[in-house]
Design a protein around this ligand. Sequence first.
Ligand code: HAM
Length: 420
Amino acid sequence: MKYQAPKGVSEYFPPRSSSFEWVKETLLTPIRRAGYRLLELPVFEDTELFTRGVGASTDVVSKEMYTFEDRGGRSITLRPEGTVGALRAIIEHGLDRAILPAKVFYSGPFFRAERPQAGRYRQFYQVGIEAVGTEDPALDAEVIAIAHAGYRALGLTQFRLEITSLGDSTTRALHRVDLLNFIDGLDLDAATRARAEMNPLRLFDDKRAEVRELMSTAPLLLDYLSDESRAHFEQVKGYLKDIGIEFTVNPRMVRGLDYYTGTTFEFVHDLLGAQSGIGGGGRYDGLMEQLGGKPISGIGFGLGIDRALLAAEAEGVVEKEAFVTDLFIIPLGSAAMSIALSLSEELRVHDLTVEISFGDRPLKSALKYADKSGAGHVLILGDSELASGIVELKEMRTGATTSVNLSSLVSAITTELSTW
Ligand code: HAM
C-alpha cells in the first residue's frame, strides 16, 4: 500500500520548504512592523459563517467549500478564506470595543475544492491582515503599501497593482438596476442568467470569450460612484501616488468574495500564467454588522504564499541562504560526542544553526554530508583534538582552517562566524 497526499494540495518539504518559510516570514515582516497583532484561528468554523459572510453567489461558497457534519451533528466547513473568521473572532472577543482600528494578522492553510492546476490548490496558504473600525482612506493606502512592501522585500519586480472602487450601497443599487437592464437585453443561457440575478457583477468575471464580448459595453460601477465614494477613492489614489506606489485602475475587476465595498485591489504577477493573482483585498463596509458586530468598516488583504513562492522562483530571486547551517560538528567517539552535544546547545543560544554528525559516520562520509548540507564551517572533534585541547575550524567555501582552543571554543566560534 502506497499512500499519497490528497489530490490538489500543496505540500512543502526540504529543501523547498525553506523557501516557503522565507516567503512567509518576509511577507509577515512589514505586517508586524506596522503594528498588526497575531490572530491564531481555528481552521474550521460553522458553515453558516461563510455562507452569510462570503456570499451564496460566489463560487467559493456555492461550489468549493469542504463542508461536513461533525460528530455532534453540526455543519462545519474548512475555512476557504480568512476575513469572516477574523471578524467573528474580533466581535466574539470584543476587539472592536477597544482602540480602533483593531489590527490583526493571520497565516495558515485555507481550503477550496477547486480544479487543481499550477498555482491553484485545494489546500493553500495565505498571510492576511484585517484593520477594522476606521474609514480613513489613508488606511486603505497603508494596507496596500504593506502588501507591496512584502513583495518588494521578496525581490519581486514583475508584478502589477490593480485597484478599483465598488462604491457604497447607494452606488451599487443604482448601478445594479442599469446593469440588470443591460443583462436583460443579452442572449444568455439560463445558468448564467441565474448567476447574474444573484450578483450581476459576476458576469464581468466570466472567462468565456463570448460573454466577455457581450459585457464589453456593460455599464461600469466606477461611473456610478456617489460623491462620497468618489472622494474616498480619489484620496486613496492620491496617497498611493504620494508614496510612489504604481497602480492601474481596473473598473472590471471582480473579486471572488461578495463582501467587498469601496476600495478593492489585486496584485497580479506577469510570469504566473492563468493563476496570476498573488494577493488581493479591499474594504468591507457592511460585513461586521452582518456578522453581528458593530456597524463599522474594515479593510484587509490575503496574500497567497504558494503563488508568491512560484513568482519568486520564476523571477529567480529566491533567497537560497535563508536557512543554512552555520556549523557542522563531526565528533569521532563518545567523549567527543558529549562535547559536541553541549557545544551545539551553547552555540544555538547564540543564534547559530549547528548540526552534528550522528551514528559513527566515518570522517570522509561525514565531511561529504556536511558539504551537501551547505554548512558554512566544519569542526572535527577526534581523539588527538581532545588530547591537545586544540581544534581546527574549517571554512568550507575556502578550505581555510583556524586553530581554536577547546576551552574558549564558544567565544572563538561566535567571533569567527560573525565576522565570516
Ligand atoms: P482571495 O483573493 O480569495 O481573497 O485570496 C487571496 C489570495 O490567495 C489570492 O490572491 C491567491 O494568491 C491566493 N489563493 C486563493 N485561492 C487559491 C488557491 N486555490 N490556490 C492557491 N492560492 C490561492 C481572500 O481570501 C480575502 N479573504 C482577502 C481579504 C482579506 N480581503 C479582505 N481581507
